[in-house]
Write a protein that binds this ligand. Structure first.
Ligand code: MTE
Ligand code: MO
Length: 231
């Protein structure tokens, strides 16, 4: 997908119904039975929203959606944190591990239509990072940057939520490289393209900077329950 190519609803439906050409790699997506999906769709989350957002179906395992892989390991990984912050910092992996850790069980929702329920992650809340670097009042958006030209953006009000973390572990083990090791962003309540794999920088900005998908026709707000797939 070219960075500035607009994805139309028709392209998307074609991709979602057949081989996934626009997003990620073609792969095996093992779906739950329709009856199981209907039962799950009727379940409500503690916040009252349906367990399965509209137009999504549950899968049994986390698909590998590809992307330009990072080349960092635990020993040479660095996270540059800057922008509108009084105390910009560069963290090593050990520095991240020294911060207060959080276990999170959550559901994730890819814009191509799959949802993985009850995925288990461990990491550090983005809120903790914001406190560490003393984000200024002028900051209104958080930009997550990865290897290659991938980035994504969320409003700072979203970033403060308890379930928005930097994840280094998945399902009780170190994060696999295909899923963004050493560290990825995790923004469970937005479409999964907001969860940046192979994270290398975080910037706090006064002005929004739509990321890779957001500047290619996908929704900037990306709320799965409002089915905000496209702008
Ligand atoms: N760096 C980077 N992060 C990325 C992507 C990518 O291509 N590059 N793809 C996004 C999309 S569209 C999805 S659905 C998830 C997929 O994560 P997974 O491969 O671990 O399932 O990662 C998101 N983060
Ligand atoms: Mo995705």
């Amino acid at each position: 997908m070219g960075k500035n190519k607009k994805i139309t609803r028709r392209d998307f439906m074609a991709a979602a119904g057949g081989t996934l050409v626009s997003i990620g790699l073609p792969g095996v997506f093992v779906k739950l039975m329709d009856s199981e999906n209907r039962a799950l769709a009727a379940e409500l989350r503690p916040d009252g929203r349906p367990r399965i957002p509209p137009g999504q179906h549950a899968v049994k395992a986390l698909p590998n959606m590809g992307g330009t892989r990072g080349d960092r390991t635990v020993s040479n990984w660095r996270l540059e944190i800057g922008g509108e912050a009084a105390e910009p910092r560069t963290l090593k992996y050990d520095d991240l591990m020294d911060l207060k850790q959080m276990d999170l069980t959550c559901d994730v929702h890819c814009v191509t239509g799959w949802t993985l329920l009850d995925s288990r992650w461990r990491g550090v809340p983005v809120k903790t990072i914001m406190d560490l670097v003393q984000v200024k009042d002028s900051a209104r958006f958080v930009i997550f940057e990865a290897a290659g030209d991938y980035s994504s953006n969320i409003p700072i009000s979203e970033a403060r939520k308890d379930n928005v973390i930097l994840a280094h572990s998945y399902a009780g083990s170190d994060l696999p490289h295909i899923h963004g090791a050493p560290v990825r962003g995790l923004v469970p309540d937005r479409y999964f393209y907001k969860s940046v794999k192979w994270l290398k920088a975080i910037r706090f900005e006064a002005v929004d900077e739509p990321g890779y998908y957001e500047s290619s026709g996908y929704s900037n707000s990306a709320d799965p329950w409002k089915e905000e797939r496209f702008d």
